[in-house]
Design a protein around this ligand. Structure first.
Ligand SMILES: [Zn+2]
Length: 446
């Protein structure tokens, strides 16, 4: 979507007062700079917290009551320091395409990342979040715990970061050895070493809720009467072996360990926030808390992610903390049909820091919400896991297309939030939804 000049100026006036946004179709336009028209002279710090594999419905602020997974976040919400927003869908049901969208504000068809391997990533050639903040005078840091996004993969996720610590993601067994404690420690250390006069962007990427699901010593949420196959730290091969036949008790046991991992992230994020408070930086810090995708815990015959676009995989949390001085610059408009698209977070984050949008990006909400997956497993024995699906959400309706078997299912996500009961092919709005599906610019295999 290319913004027109008049629309950009209108948005600029709306958000930044007199600021003039870089809004031209000329690709030679210089990298964006911090604009002078924001509501306060001082630039805010930005803490972007991304939790790998975190489904919304296991978080206390979203009403989860089985286990107290997120007391730190809940306290911020109750103290009105953190706003809970609903209806954000991940760009995809697994890490690489979603993280590329979060880091660029672009859809998979534009940033080129969808498959596990392949040289189609355009991250190095685009105005990534970090590159834009760096050009605007920010120190840029990221602690990256996902082994798919390390520097040695050369997929460009580190583009624009002064500091990109992927040491937890390069461990021998990152599924088990990557911990929230290390991510927080590394982030805190970086914050302490830098020039305190400069504003910063810090991305803390936590991996703990990703399989394996570890047993944590400080909480004990497994039903003591449980006698099935689920154990803390069960390998991905074990999960795969049992995923098609999970009893309700197995699902609850998986959820217990999954929740203990979320709790570990919450506790360690709390340490990072305490450090910001004690060093006097919290009052100047915007915090965005989100995820790259969710997780299936055996309820539909799968454990893990990639296989569907159902809510447990694509509904992700969005909690936002904007200090008063920058609230006038925070702009994240809801999509006309309800909800938010992941592409919207990038312009919102630039906007709150008073940074002009690069050419081709817009603060405007897209007309509807989408998610998509095209996941081709590398190992031939997993060929049954090859999945190609597309989702369109508008109003109360969600349409999911399965390109592998030609299936098309319509759901009412307001009446049926987890999408268990398709509405059938006679629904009066099916054709309208189908039209959105047909007109959208989806990722296509190169
Ligand atoms: Zn992920």
């Amino acid at each position: 979507m290319i913004p027109t000049v008049s629309r950009c100026l209108g948005i600029a006036a709306l958000i930044l007062g007199s600021a003039l946004l870089a809004c031209s179709d000329d690709p030679s336009v210089a990298p964006p700079q911090a604009s002078s028209g924001q509501t306060t002279e001082k630039l805010p710090n930005l803490l972007l917290v991304v939790v790998d594999t975190l489904r919304t419905d296991h978080l206390t602020p979203y009403g989860y009551e089985v286990n107290p997974t997120t007391p730190v976040l809940q306290q911020l919400v109750e103290g009105e320091q953190l706003r809970v927003m609903s209806g954000l869908l991940a760009a995809s049901s697994w890490t690489k395409p979603s993280m590329a969208t979060l880091f660029t504000g672009l859809a998979p068809s534009e940033h080129g990342v969808m498959r596990l391997i392949g040289k189609h990533s355009k991250l190095k050639d685009t105005h990534t979040l970090a590159a834009v903040f760096k050009a605007a005078g920010y120190d840029t840091g990221c602690v990256m715990s996902n082994f798919l996004l390390t520097k040695r993969t050369r997929s460009g996720y580190d583009h624009g970061f002064d500091f990109y610590d992927d040491s937890t993601g390069t461990k021998k067994d990152p599924h088990r050895d990557s911990t929230a404690k290390e991510v927080t420690d590394s982030g805190i250390q970086w914050l302490q070493q830098r020039d305190p006069q400069k504003p910063w962007l810090l991305v803390l990427h936590y991996f703990d809720p990703h399989a394996s699901f570890e047993d944590h010593a400080d909480v004990d949420w497994l039903d003591p009467a449980y006698q099935g196959w689920v154990t803390g730290g069960a390998s991905t091969d074990t999960l795969r072996e049992h995923e098609a036949n999970c009893s309700e008790a197995d699902q609850a046991a998986l959820a217990a360990f999954y929740d203990e991992e979320i709790h570990a992230v919450d506790r360690n994020l709390g340490r990072a926030i305490e450090q910001l408070k004690s060093s006097g930086q919290w009052d100047d810090t915007v915090m965005i808390f989100t995820a790259d995708h969710g997780e299936e815990l055996g309820e539909r015959g799968h454990i893990g992610h990639t296989q569907t676009l159902f809510p447990e995989l694509v509904e992700i949390p969005l909690m936002v903390r904007v200090p008063f001085a920058w609230q006038g610059a925070w702009h994240l408009p809801e999509v006309a049909g309800g909800g938010y698209q992941m592409t919207q977070l990038y312009p919102a984050m630039l906007g709150v820091a008073g940074i002009d949008l690069p050419v081709g990006r817009s603060h405007q909400a897209p007309p509807y919400v989408v998610s998509e997956v095209d996941f081709e497993p590398v190992r031939k024995e997993h060929v049954e896991k090859y999945v190609q699906k597309r989702l369109v959400r508008s109003g109360s309706l969600t349409l999911i297309q399965d390109l592998r078997d030609g299936g098309l299912q319509l759901y009412d996500h307001q009446k049926d939030p987890m999408l268990w009961a398709p509405l059938g092919d006679q629904h009066p709005q099916l054709q309208d939804m189908r039209k959105l599906l047909d007109e959208h610019d989806w990722w296509e295999a190169p």
